[in-house]
Design a binder for this molecule. Structure first.
Ligand SMILES: [Zn+2]
Length: 653
């Protein structure tokens, strides 16, 4: 069956568009499928929140693009072709910013061409999302700088804007409006995670994300679908869903904590969801949560391996290569699963992670543990859509390329699982340090934490314990370790293709991977830089030295987190993780482009549909695969305009 399947659907510039499959869905019970259906609708209902968070004009821009794409009669074919290219990138990135470089990409048209296309769409009956009594002329005047001018609002998140510049005003997202980081030094936020901060005549105002507050309409629709899901949920999941609704209604941190705890405690439900303001990467301060919606179910087979890791979390914790004062005496409830994604929206899709560990609240993790998942069908689709040339081009030897082909998928999935299960869940703060680490480390926090989790995985990968647990075949252990270490150092080169402009890296995972490899290059004999035919290679030459170096670096990274040593964090990343040589990047870009290798991947999600009996009751939920980005994105946007499941407007606060 898989041989006929289409994974790679199309290429848009340097992006691969890939279909995601969720094979096990059909064998879930009707009750589980129905639960998934309602959660799926809740995930779609919040999608527009994220567009608005990315940029204040994101939804207005999308409305114009979708109007032209769906009402193309009379639009110049060359203009239409360019609009469709740009629109696909816009959908994949949920707005006008490249999700990896944080930089704006633009529509390669003149203002006049854009206006003509919009005018044609209007003649064909499209509303273009105009404000009341706004002419097409005025609309295009308002949006043209965002569409056409790369220098207007150029960066969505700027954690290192340069000396004397403010991280908030240098960032063009909509988490803040007219607020500077300096102003915040004397202001205590009550709704850190879930508010937009605006300055009203110099007075700071928190616009809270909740019913009756900002995103009222989207949140009421989410709540409506969550309520509809509750009758089909297990008892502990019902409790979590009720707590989530309560948090959406009040926006209060106490309710967010109650929800996080209820969500972590729900361990038995095969179907699960993440729905809310979660990851803080978009905020240069690392405080405000970007909205995301994920619905998934457990992959039982792959989960068995991961649970073996989780069950032994204490064994690994006791052997962490860091100062014993940072070791947790009792690692609580790390649950780990392999899941199959049904849908990811907002911050989690069409661009997706391959592993997730939540909640982010350090205090809850220490006391109640965390849930950790690897996204099995996402990893699988990545692997099946990766061109062979990607492995060959950057491998120094044929043996390295062969190993990558044979063990690459396995090694990366295992490393991801270890990153999530024994990485993020591990370690504790130094005695006496009470401030949470993200406050102490500020904009360095996410990079430090990702580095820590990667290093834990790399450190324990060669450990015989993995063979003992039956996770790794003993005969191939060395080969698997070599495959992963080789992949890891190659990646530091290959990932530079994603940052086509500028000379520094913004994205946290990329920073951490760059930092680790450059640090190993500087401090160990594990990696060599070699050149052949004008091409640069990073070659892993000594796995023992690699592991030893990783252990030393991990001890320091844990110390930085545990003591909240922001100066050391900045120094480490400024030296090894943030800056790169543009000549090297240019070389990589040429090699990648010659082979037409993608820089990143956007996923088309599975689609759910209900079958109902004459009385309207759901008798089955069917899954299908649209295999077309445009069809799916237009369907999602149309869904956001439907108003069938609105909760009644809440009383004014
Ligand atoms: Zn991570």
């Amino acid at each position: 069956m898989s041989s006929e399947r289409r994974y790679l659907l199309e290429r848009v510039d340097d992006v691969a568009v890939v279909q995601l499959y969720a094979d096990g869905f059909a064998s879930l019970s009707l009750r589980e499928k129905t639960l998934a259906w309602h959660l799926y609708l809740a995930a779609l209902a919040g999608r527009d929140i994220y567009y608005d968070q990315r940029h204040a004009l994101g939804l207005d821009m999308r409305a114009v693009l979708e109007a032209i794409v769906t009402h193309p009669n009379g639009v110049d074919p060359k203009v239409l072709h360019e609009v469709r290219r740009y629109t696909k990138l816009f959908w994949i990135n949920s707005g006008p910013y490249n999700n990896i470089t944080a930089r704006k990409f633009v529509l390669r048209l003149t203002r006049h061409e854009l206006f003509d296309a919009a005018q044609a769409a209007a003649r064909n009956g499209a509303t273009l999302g105009r404000r009341p009594s706004e002419s097409v002329e005025r609309l295009i005047d308002r949006l043209a700088p965002m569409f056409l001018d790369a220098s207007v609002d150029p960066t969505v998140t700027s954690k290192t804007p340069g000396l004397g510049r403010d991280i908030l005003t240098a960032s063009s997202n909509n988490l803040y409006s007219g607020v500077t980081a300096t102003q915040l030094e004397t202001f205590t936020e009550r709704y850190g995670l879930n508010s937009r901060l605006t300055a009203d005549n110099g007075r700071l105002v928190e616009e809270v994300y909740r019913t009756g507050g900002r995103y009222d309409q989207e949140i009421r629709r989410i709540i409506g679908h969550l309520r509809a899901a509750i009758p089909f949920a297990t008892p502990s999941m019902s409790e979590a869903l009720r707590a989530l609704i309560q948090f959406y209604e009040t926006g209060e941190d106490a309710d967010r904590i109650a929800y996080d705890i209820a969500w972590v405690r729900d361990q038995e439900s095969p179907v699960d969801t993440i729905n809310g303001f979660v990851e803080v990467y978009m905020d240069p301060r690392g405080v405000k949560g970007a909205w995301e919606g994920i619905v998934s179910y457990v992959n039982e087979t792959k989960t068995r391996d991961i649970q073996a890791l989780a069950a032994n979390a204490q064994w690994f914790e006791d052997r962490m290569p860091w100062d014993p004062r940072f070791r947790k005496p009792d690692v609580a409830g790390v649950t780990a699963r392999a899941i199959e994604v049904i849908v990811e929206t907002g911050d989690s899709g069409p661009l997706t992670a391959v592993g997730i560990n939540l909640p982010n609240d350090q205090a809850i993790r220490e006391k109640y543990g965390s849930k950790s998942v690897s996204l099995a069908n996402v990893s699988d689709a990545y692997e099946r859509s990766t061109p062979e040339a990607m492995r060959v081009e950057f491998s120094w030897s044929g043996e390295e390329a062969d190993r990558a082909k044979k063990w690459g998928g396995f090694a990366q999935e295992l490393t991801t699982a270890m990153h999530e299960v024994i990485g993020h869940g591990s370690g504790r703060m130094a005695p006496g340090v009470t401030e949470p680490p993200h406050r102490l480390l500020g904009e360095q926090y996410s990079s430090v934490e990702e580095a820590r989790a990667d290093l834990v995985a790399l450190y324990f990968l060669p450990d015989a314990k993995l063979v003992e647990l039956g996770i790794v075949p003993g005969d191939h252990h060395h080969e698997i370790v070599a495959t992963e270490y080789e992949y890891y150092v190659r990646n530091a080169l290959v990932q530079l293709r994603r940052v086509r402009e500028g000379t520094h890296i913004e994205e946290d995972h990329m920073r951490n991977r760059q930092m680790i490899v450059n640090w190993l290059l500087a401090h160990t004999s594990a990696v060599e830089v070699r050149r052949r035919d004008g091409h640069t290679y990073y070659v892993m030459v000594n796995a023992t030295a690699f592991r030893e170096g990783v252990g030393r670096l991990l001890a320091e990274v844990q110390r930085i987190k545990g003591e909240g040593d922001a100066a050391a964090a900045r120094d480490l990343f400024e030296t090894y993780g943030v800056h790169f040589d543009p000549a090297l990047r240019d070389e990589i870009v040429v090699r990648v482009d010659r082979l037409q290798l993608p820089s990143y991947t956007g996923f088309v999600m599975p689609r759910l549909e209900t079958r109902r009996d004459d009385a309207g009751a759901i008798v089955d939920v069917e899954i299908s695969y649209p295999c077309d980005l445009e069809t799916q994105m237009l369907e999602y946007s149309a869904f956001a305009r439907r108003d069938d499941v609105l909760e009644p407007p809440s009383a004014a606060r």
